[in-house]
Design a protein around this ligand. Sequence first.
Ligand SMILES: [Zn+2]
Length: 116
Amino acid sequence: MTLVPLVGLCDKEKLRILKRLDQFREWNSLDDRRYCLVCGEIITGRELRVIRDKAGKAPQRVACPTDDCNAIPMEWVWPTDDVLIKIAMVELECCHLRLMTQAGRALRLRKKDRTS
Ligand SMILES: [Zn+2]
């Protein structure tokens, strides 16, 4: 089965497809946002890709717009405060780690300077 993206959908149609294929959370508009648990991106209904079987005309599934992300609607959660805080914490952690690495490198360089 070859899956191809379904393009050229009007907003109304796309929203209807989203509502039908995402049975976990309701979509009120294409501007609704979701947090993808797989790739960690905030996505909107507008960005989602609708995939269909090449042979058939009916839309088969909706896919995350992120390259190589195969998340399914079940993995798209509402970006509530909880989720947004978690994202911020992870980003902070990454930033913190980067700073630590840089500081460590700087310290090592300084030590090298002193010993040589
Ligand atoms: Zn994703």
